[in-house]
Design a protein around this ligand. Structure first.
Ligand SMILES: [Zn+2]
Ligand SMILES: [Zn+2]
Length: 249
């Protein structure tokens, strides 16, 4: 299996000292560089972004004087020309932030105002929260469920929602299910609909046309010509592999 970007990144960090040293490629100034999604990014910028810092084109600087250090508590968002006094303050603030427990960091990112407890931290494309557990990025709802259960989800099990709200991390809205449970749940809720029938990009027929074909007594050849599709597809529709006549009309 190919390593994830997080795994690739972590494999290049030496955590044996106070500073966490980047052992991968560097530029001429000694700053680490990491290959991510087709481009080279500064390793220390990525290290800070990964613990949830919002980097809006801002520069990442260090409180230590070590160009190859990627330890988040030695990094801050700001200008490298910051004065020594400010640096001391930042170092203290960084250390405090870093001494927050994992639970405190998690809870600080949850909005509990509504019925669903909504994750306000980083999310993936599907809207699911992502949380740095201290060791790796995990789905926020999975973290919430494991914490409430006091158990880790075993391989093959994942955290599923009863509320159909991806950013929700309220334990009472979550259950441990298999990937199949999750898929079945998605299909039932219609979120997986594009995989089937009319919404499938490969289908050339509307549901009404497919229903007409399925219920027709004409030959496959006649139907194929009329609807501009292959005879194989007509056969598949007749057998009800992709379409259900009963549910379409
Ligand atoms: Zn350092
Ligand atoms: Zn919910």
């Amino acid at each position: 299996m190919r390593p994830t970007p997080d795994e690739r990144f972590d494999a290049k960090v030496d955590r044996s000292g106070d500073c966490w040293i980047w052992t991968g490629a560097t530029n001429n100034d000694g700053y680490g560089r990491f290959w991510l999604h087709g481009r080279l990014v500064p390793a220390h910028t990525l290290a800070l972004g990964r613990v949830g810092a919002v980097l809006d084109g801002e520069k990442v600087s260090r409180t230590c004087d070590n160009a190859s250090c990627v330890r988040p508590s030695h990094l801050f968002v700001g200008n490298p020309a910051t004065t020594e006094a400010q640096l001391v303050g930042l170092r203290r603030a960084g250390a405090e932030r870093w001494t927050q427990t994992t639970d405190e960091r998690f809870d600080a990112k949850v909005n509990r105002e509504g019925a669903c407890w909504v994750w306000t931290g980083a999310t993936n494309k599907g809207g699911y929260g992502r949380f740095w557990s201290g060791e790796r990025l995990v789905p926020a709802h999975a973290f919430a469920l494991e914490r409430a259960m006091g158990l880790a989800l075993v391989d093959g099990m994942e955290a599923c929602h009863t509320c159909d709200n991806p950013p929700c991390v309220r334990p009472s809205h979550l259950f441990a299910g298999t990937r199949l449970d999750n898929m079945a749940d998605m299909i039932r809720k219609g979120r997986d609909a594009p995989r089937f029938g009319e919404a499938n990009g490969r289908a050339k027929l509307t549901a009404a046309e497919a229903a007409a074909i399925q219920c027709s007594t004409e030959s496959h050849a006649v139907l194929a010509r009329r609807y501009g599709v292959g005879r194989t597809q007509i056969g598949r529709i007749k057998r009800g592999e992709n379409w259900s006549c009963a549910s379409s009309i």
